[in-house]
Design a protein around this ligand. Structure first.
Ligand SMILES: [Ca+2]
Ligand SMILES: [Ca+2]
Length: 350
């Protein structure tokens, strides 16, 4: 094996685990050598943007039929972050004024069907497929797969690296996506998401764009629809109900991902901005922000982790109160997991 897994229990993670219960999905770090090849000797795994052939791309004429509809957002000034952070150590604050130029964003998370058509055309191989495994929430695994596990994540034992888990096999080799082609694609790394968006003629949204989109024009509210989690007793997002991690009552109708657009859109017409799958953004991770006004911020110049937003079907207030627009978390760019997907954005339509 030319790479190893390394489960780091940083001081901060330990603090979270002991004092502030946490879903642990930001502790899923894949560690590997700087220069490496996969087991078949194929190099350049860090730059998958070049893995698909231009010829295959040109031969396809109906790319537009695959891609999600985009919504034009006018931008302008908005308040990013919060002065009343639910999880202060995540760098949710301080609240600051941010200007955004107009941009487009896809109305829903990229689905399994869309990603399958993309891979049919481009022959893109995801990082999870190259590495041969990915992280899966243990509660979703069959007894057969569980019996093959050798270790779990120290800070979050409900996460397990599962051999053969990838976007086509979200819970390991004995699972499939056949009955959930309209669900968000999972087990895609930041680089995989980047390649898809690039192929689409689009890009990943910046964190500021993602948060602007999440807020749906509302100011200083917790959720894309307001401050009340369940207006009129209705579920507005696919989250986790019950006792995390052992008992998911799936009161919202879904113990795992749901088809995209199952829950109400926000005022911008965007679906599943919180819940369902976490979504990669373009930015490097930092927890340090100033109150300075900024124009079209793109995050730090460099870093080790990328920002993800929105929380997932695994989020519960007791463990992962991150299904709020200001909430944020991070993973190394080569991480992939059974609750992490993406959507694309663009400066203009093609
Ligand atoms: Ca649910
Ligand atoms: Ca989402």
């Amino acid at each position: 094996m030319l790479f190893i897994y390394f489960y780091c229990v940083h001081q901060q993670d330990l603090y979270r685990t002991v004092l502030l219960p946490d879903c642990g999905c930001n502790t899923l770090h894949r560690h590997r050598a700087e220069e490496e090849e996969d087991e078949e000797g194929r190099g350049n795994v860090q730059h998958p943007a070049h893995k698909y052939s231009e010829r295959a791309n040109k031969e396809f004429v109906n790319k537009e039929d695959i891609l999600s509809k985009m919504v034009l957002l006018q931008g302008g000034w908005f308040l990013m972050g919060t002065d009343d952070p639910g999880i202060p150590q995540d760098g949710e604050g301080p609240q600051r004024r941010v200007w955004l130029d107009p941009f487009y964003i896809e109305e829903h998370e990229v689905t399994n069907l869309q990603f399958q058509l993309f891979t049919n055309i481009t022959h893109h191989v995801t990082e999870a497929e190259r590495f041969g495994d990915s992280f899966v929430f243990e509660g979703l695994l069959s007894e057969e797969v569980k019996s093959t596990l050798s270790h779990a994540v120290a800070a979050a034992p409900w996460w397990a690296p599962v051999k053969g888990a990838d976007w086509r096999h979200p819970e390991g080799p004995d699972s499939s996506i056949a009955h959930r082609m309209d669900h968000p694609v999972l087990h895609v790394s930041w680089a995989d998401a980047q390649v898809y968006c690039e192929w689409a003629g689009r890009r990943l949204p910046t964190e500021a764009e993602w948060e602007f989109a999440c807020r749906g024009g509302l100011q200083d509210r917790l959720y894309p629809w307001g401050n009340k989690l369940m207006p009129r007793g209705q579920h507005y997002a696919n989250l986790f109900q019950g006792e995390f991690p052992s008992h998911n009552t799936a009161e919202d109708g879904f113990a795992q991902t749901s088809p995209v657009k199952k829950f109400p859109a926000n005022a911008f017409g965007l679906y599943d901005m919180v819940g369902n799958a976490w979504e990669w953004t373009a930015d490097w991770w930092s927890v340090h922000h100033t109150r300075d006004n900024t124009h079209n911020p793109k995050g730090p110049e460099t870093g080790s982790d990328r920002v993800k937003k929105g929380g997932s079907y695994m989020c519960h207030k007791s463990y992962c109160y991150r299904y709020r627009c200001a909430a944020r978390s991070q993973n190394t760019p080569d991480s992939s997991a059974s609750n992490l997907g993406f959507r694309c954005a663009a400066d203009s339509t093609p």
